[in-house]
Design a protein around this ligand. Structure first.
Ligand code: ADP
Ligand code: MG
Ligand code: MG
Length: 896
C-alpha cells in the first residue's frame, strides 16, 4: 500500500491514489513550476481508515511526520517551533473533482505561542493574528463541525463596534481580541478547547478530511454525479504561502481561456491582500485579472507564462489557483477547467485546429448532456424585458421562475411543481439541493469563480452572480440605484435571469429557440463520420420535423398521431366521432377528420423529404378526448337543479356523461388502447391509414420522395399485428391502386409489452421493423406506473441505491435491456433485414445510447433538441466500444 507520497515523487498518472489535486500538484512540481513543497496521503489510506471503522492505520502518523521533516528542511522552519514555525495547509482532494465539497484548513501549526513567533519573524503582528483567526475558524468548522456563522457573526459584530467595513481594516489588537472570542465559541459549543500542539492539530485535521468524505453534502454530490463511494479522498499537506502579507500580495483564480465562451484570453480574478478561500467565498468582489497586469506587471508575466505552460502540458484549458507572496508567484492547484457547453464545443474544435488533439479526442471530451444546455433557450432579442439590474454573466442560458430565498424553499416549491429562481447573497455547499431544484441562481455577491457560479455551470443551470444593486431583505430583495430603492421583489414573484448577459428581469420573458453554431456543426460532422447508430427524432408536427432536421435528424422515429386530434378546432369533430350513435354518424365524422390528417401528413412528408417517417396509429384510450367525468357530473347536477323541464342542452350533457361513463376504465393504461382500439374500431385506423397514403400519393405526384413507415402500437400477440398489417395493406392497395409499386412503405410495431418482446420471433413474421417503446416497456417490465413512481417512491429507491438511477431516464439494462436484446435477436433470426430502434426517452440519454450501440440496433429516436447530443453520444459509443455490431447466433423461437 502506498501511503505518503512527496510532491516530487508523484505524477499526474497517479491520480487514482493521489486524487486530482495531489496528482496535479506533483505534476506541476515535476515540470518545474513554483509549487510550495508538500506531500499527499493517498486514497489507499482513506479506504484503510474506513475499513478499520474510522481509524488511521498503524504507523501512518509517524510516516506523516517523517514527510513533515522534509518540508521543514526545504523551508528552513520547524513545525510547532515558536521561533520559526512551519505552517501548512491540509487539503482534501478526491479523484473526481468535487467543488466546494470538502473544506481546506490553512495556517495549521499556529498556536498562542507560535503566533507570536510568526509575528516576530515577519515583523507583522496584524498578519500573524489574521492567519491565526482564520485557522481557528476553519479548524472549528472542519474538525469540530461548528457552523461558520458562529464565527462570521463575531467578526461582523467586531467590525460594527469598530465602525469598519472591510477585513483588512482590522488591526492586530482587534484580531487578537477576536481570537479570544473564537476560542471561547469553540469551548462553549463543543466543550473542547482549540488544540495548542501542532502535531495534535495535524492528526485531527487528517482524520477530519477522511471523515468529510462521508458527510451529507459529499454524499449528495457523489450520488448526483455517479461517483463511487469507494473512490475515497487523498489528503494534501502543503507548506503555506501567504497572500495576506500586504499590498504586493494576494490570491486569485485564472482560467487559461474564457470558460463561458472558449475565447483565447486569460480569464479570472484576483484579490489583493487576501488568503485562500476569500476569492471563491465571494466575501469581497475581486478585480478582473487584466487589472493585475497594471498593478503588478512582473507577476502577471509569470502568471501568463505558467498558464500557457500548463495548458500545453495538459493539452486542455486549465483552471489554476495561485497566490502571490511579496511579488512572487506560487501555484496551488491546476485542473481541467469546467466550462459551459458553448466553450466546450468551441475549445474542442479549436484544439483540433491548433493541432493539440485529434478529432476523436475532441468528440470524447464533449459531455453529451452539455449539448442540452447549449441548445437551451435564450431571451428573445426582440423582446423588451423590464431589466431590474445587471450582475455577472456566470452561466449561460435564460430562466424564468418565482423568486425564493433559501434552498429548502426552493426544493419544496419545486417538488410542488413550481419553477423557482434561487436568490442568495452568496451560495455555500449547504445550498446545493436548492441549486439543483432551481431553474437558475442569482447572487448579490461573489465573482465568476464563486461557488454558485461553479456549481451552476457544472449543472448546466443559468446563473447571474455578484449582482450588487440587489439587496436581500426578509424574503424579498430590493434593487437600489444611487442609494434609492427602485424595485422590490417579494418571495413568489416571477423573475427571469439571463446568464449570458447577467441581466435580472422582472416577470416572465419571451424565450428564443437556440441555434447551431458553425463549430458545433463541424464537431457534429466529425461525429457523423464515426458513429454507426442512426439518429432519428420524435416529431408530431412539420415544425418539429424541420427543427429536428436542422439538428441533423435522419428520419422520424415516432410521430404520434393523437396530438393531431387534440387541437381545439378538431376536438369537436373527434368527440362527434367518439359519441356517434350509428355507423353512419361515425363515418361522417371520420370523413371530416380525414382531410385534416392528410394535411398533417403531407406537411411532415414534405419536411422529411427523402427520409423515413414512422407514423404511429392512434394509441391512447378514447376517453382521453372526452371531458372529465367528475366535472361533467357536477355540470349535470347543476342543470338538474336549475332547469325544471328537460332541455336539449341537458340531454346533450346526459348523453355525454353516459358515454364518458361507458368508456371509463379502471386502469386505462392497460385498457382499450393501442392496437386493441384498432381491432375494436377498425374504422379509425382505416381513416388514418387512408390519410397517410393519400398524403403520400399527393407528394409522389409532386415528385417528393416519401418513405412512410406505419407503426402499430401496443402489440402483444403476433395475431394482432397480422390483422393490423392486413388492414394497412388493404387500404394501401385501395388508395394507391396503380401507383402501389412506386411507393415503398413498411409496416412495423412498437415493442412495448413484455409479451411482444418475448414472442418477438413470431411477431417479426408480420413486421418490417421493431421500434422499442422503452417508456411503456419500462413501465410494464418493472410494474411501475411512471407518474406514480416518479412522484412517490422512485426518488427513495434511487437515493437508497435500490436502483442505480431512474429507469425512465437511464435504460434498465439488466431487465428492460435484456428484453430488447432477446427481441432484437429473435426478430433478426426470422428476418435478417428487420430494422430496430428505440423511440422512448432513452433515445436521448447517453448511457442508453451506448447500450443501443452495443446491441447493434439500427437507430435511436429522440426529441429534436436532443438530436445533436445523440449524434455525439453515438460517436462516443463507437469510439469506446468499437464499431461492429455483436455477433450472437440465435435460434429462432416461434410459436403460432
Ligand atoms: P478547494 O478544493 O475548495 O479549492 P483548496 O484546497 O484548493 O480547496 O484550498 C482552498 C484555498 O486555499 C484555495 O484558494 C487555495 O489556493 C488556498 N490554499 C491551499 N493551500 C494553500 C497553501 N499551502 N498556501 C496558500 N494558500 C493555500
Ligand atoms: Mg473549498
Ligand atoms: Mg482549490
Amino acid at each position: 500500500m502506498l501511503r505518503v507520497v512527496p510532491f516530487e515523487q508523484g505524477s499526474a498518472s497517479m491520480k487514482q491514489r493521489l486524487g486530482g489535486k495531489g496528482a496535479n500538484l506533483a505534476e506541476m512540481t515535476k515540470v518545474g513550476l513554483p509549487v510550495p513543497p508538500g506531500f499527499t496521503i493517498t486514497t489507499d489510506v482513506c479506504r484503510a481508515y474506513y475499513a478499520a471503522g474510522g481509524q488511521l492505520p498503524d504507523g501512518l502518523f509517524e510516516e506523516t511526520m517523517t514527510a513533515m521533516r522534509g518540508l521543514e528542511e526545504a523551508k528552513g522552519e520547524r513545525f510547532g517551533d515558536p521561533s520559526k514555525p512551519l505552517l501548512v495547509s491540509v487539503r482534501s482532494g478526491s479523484v473526481t473533482s468535487m467543488p466546494g465539497m470538502m473544506d481546506t484548513i490553512l495556517n495549521l501549526g499556529l498556536s498562542d505561542e507560535t503566533v507570536e513567533g510568526l509575528a516576530r519573524a515577519t515583523g507583522d503582528a496584524r498578519f500573524a493574528y489574521d492567519c491565526y483567526r482564520r485557522l481557528i475558524q476553519m479548524f472549528g468548522n472542519v474538525v469540530f463541525d461548528l457552523e461558520s456563522f458562529h464565527f462570521e457573526f463575531l467578526l461582523q459584530r467586531a467590525k460594527q463596534r469598530l465602525g469598519i467595513e472591510q477585513d483588512h481594516q482590522m488591526t492586530a489588537d482587534a484580531w487578537s481580541a477576536l481570537i479570544d472570542e473564537y476560542k471561547a465559541v469553540i469551548v462553549k459549543h463543543t466543550g473542547l478547547s482549540f488544540p495548542q500542539q501542532a502535531e495534535e492539530q495535524l492528526k485531527l485535521a487528517i482524520e477530519a478530511v477522511f471523515r468529510s468524505w462521508n458527510n451529507h453534502r459529499a454524499r449528495i454530490y457523489r450520488s448526483i454525479h455517479h461517483i463511487p463511494d469507494e473512490q475515497g479522498t487523498a489528503v494534501n499537506i502543503q507548506s503555506m504561502v501567504f497572500g495576506n502579507m500586504g499590498a504586493d500580495c494576494g490570491t486569485g483564480v485564472v482560467f487559461t481561456r474564457n470558460p463561458s465562451t472558449g475565447e483565447n484570453v486569460l480569464y479570472g480574478e484576483f484579490l489583493m491582500n487576501a488568503q485562500g478561500e476569500d476569492v471563491v467565498a465571494g466575501v469581497r468582489t475581486p478585480m478582473p485579472i487584466a487589472k493585475l497586469e497594471e498593478e503588478q506587471p512582473e507577476v502577471y508575466k509569470q502568471l501568463v507564462s505558467a498558464a500557457m505552460k500548463l495548458e500545453r502540458h495538459y493539452r486542455d484549458m486549465q483552471d489554476i489557483e495561485f497566490t502571490v507572496e511579496k511579488g512572487k508567484l506560487y501555484l496551488l492547484q491546476t485542473r481541467n477547467g469546467k466550462r459551459t457547453a458553448q466553450a466546450a464545443v468551441q475549445l474542442a474544435v479549436v484544439f483540433v485546429k491548433e493541432g493539440t488533439i485529434t478529432k476523436e479526442e475532441a468528440i470524447q471530451r464533449i459531455e453529451p448532456f452539455h449539448l442540452d444546455q447549449l441548445l437551451h433557450r435564450a431571451i428573445d432579442p426582440a423582446s423588451r424585458p423590464d431589466v431590474l439590474a445587471a450582475g455577472l454573466p456566470a452561466s449561460p442560458g435564460a430562466a424564468t421562475g418565482q423568486a425564493v430565498f433559501d434552498a429548502d424553499t426552493a426544493e419544496a416549491w419545486s417538488r410542488a411543481g413550481k419553477k423557482v429562481i434561487l436568490v442568495r447573497s452568496e451560495t455555500t455547499p449547504e445550498d446545493i439541493h436548492g441549486v439543483l431544484a432551481a431553474e437558475g441562481v442569482l447572487t448579490s455577491r461573489g465573482g465568476m469563480t464563486s461557488h454558485a457560479a461553479v456549481v451552476a455551470r457544472g449543472m448546466g443551470k443559468p446563473c447571474v452572480c455578484g449582482c450588487e444593486p440587489i439587496r436581500l431583505r426578509d424574503r424579498a430583495f430590493e434593487v437600489a440605484a444611487a442609494d434609492k430603492v427602485t424595485a422590490t421583489i417579494a418571495e413568489g414573484e416571477w423573475i427571469s435571469i439571463d446568464g449570458a448577459t447577467g441581466r435580472v428581469i422582472r416577470g416572465v420573458v419571451q424565450l428564443r429557440e437556440p441555434e447551431m453554431t458553425a463549430e458545433l456543426e463541424e464537431l457534429l460532422g466529425w461525429a457523423d463520420d464515426i458513429r454507426r447508430l442512426q439518429v432519428y427524432t420524435n416529431a408530431d408536427t412539420p415544425e418539429d420535423a424541420v427543427k429536428a432536421r436542422g439538428f441533423g435528424a435522419e428520419g422520424i422515429g415516432l410521430c404520434r398521431t393523437e396530438h393531431m386530434f387534440m387541437s381545439p378546432d378538431r376536438m369537436p369533430v373527434v368527440r362527434g366521432m367518439i359519441l356517434a350513435d350509428t355507423p353512419e354518424e361515425r363515418a361522417s365524422a371520420l370523413a371530416q377528420l380525414l382531410p385534416m390528417q392528410q394535411g398533417d401528413f403531407e406537411g411532415i412528408f414534405r419536411a422529411m423529404e427523402g427520409l423515413p417517417v414512422t407514423i404511429r396509429l392512434l394509441d391512447p384510450p378514447l376517453h382521453e378526448f372526452l371531458p372529465n367525468v367528475e366535472e361533467l357530473a357536477v355540470q349535470h347536477a347543476q342543470m338538474m337543479l336549475q332547469q325544471a323541464a328537460d332541455s336539449a342542452e341537458r340531454q346533450q350533457v346526459e348523453k355525454l356523461l353516459r358515454k364518458v361513463r361507458s368508456l371509463h376504465e379502471m386502469n386505462p393504461m392497460l385498457g382499450t388502447r393501442g392496437c386493441r382500439l384498432g381491432l375494436i374500431h377498425p374504422e379509425i385506423y382505416e381513416m388514418q391509414v387512408e390519410a397517410i397514403f393519400r398524403a403520400a400519393l399527393q407528394c409522389l405526384n409532386e415528385q417528393i420522395d416519401v418513405r412512410p413507415d406505419i407503426m402499430i402500437p401496443l402489440v402483444g400477440h403476433a395475431a394482432e399485428l397480422k390483422l393490423m398489417r392486413e388492414l394497412v395493406d388493404r387500404v394501401a392497395a385501395e388508395v394507391l391502386g396503380e401507383q402501389q409499386h412506386a411507393l415503398h412503405y413498411r409496416v412495423g410495431t412498437m415493442i412495448e409489452v413484455p409479451r411482444a418482446a418475448i414472442t418477438a420471433g413470431s411477431i417479426a413474421n408480420h413486421a418490417d421493423f421493431f421500434s422499442f417503446g422503452t417508456n411503456d416497456l419500462t413501465q410494464m417490465t418493472l410494474g411501475y406506473s411512471r407518474d406514480d413512481a416518479e412522484g412517490k417512491f422512485l426518488s427513495h429507491y434511487v437515493e437508497s441505491k435500490l436502483l442505480p438511477s431512474n429507469p425512465f431516464q437511464v435504460l434498465d439494462r439488466e431487465g428492460v435491456g435484456m428484453l430488447i436484446r432477446w427481441a432484437a435477436e429473435q426478430g433478426k433470426a426470422v428476418k435478417p433485414q428487420l430494422k430496430t430502434g428505440v423511440c422512448g426517452e432513452h433515445g436521448g440519454d447517453k448511457e442508453s445510447i451506448f447500450f443501443c450501440h452495443a446491441e447493434g440496433l439500427d437507430y435511436v429516436s429522440c426529441s429534436p433538441y436532443r438530436v445533436p447530443l445523440a449524434r455525439i453520444a453515438a460517436a462516443q459509443a463507437a469510439l469506446a466500444l468499437g464499431d461492429a455490431p455483436p455477433v450472437r447466433p440465435a435460434e429462432p423461437v416461434q410459436s403460432a
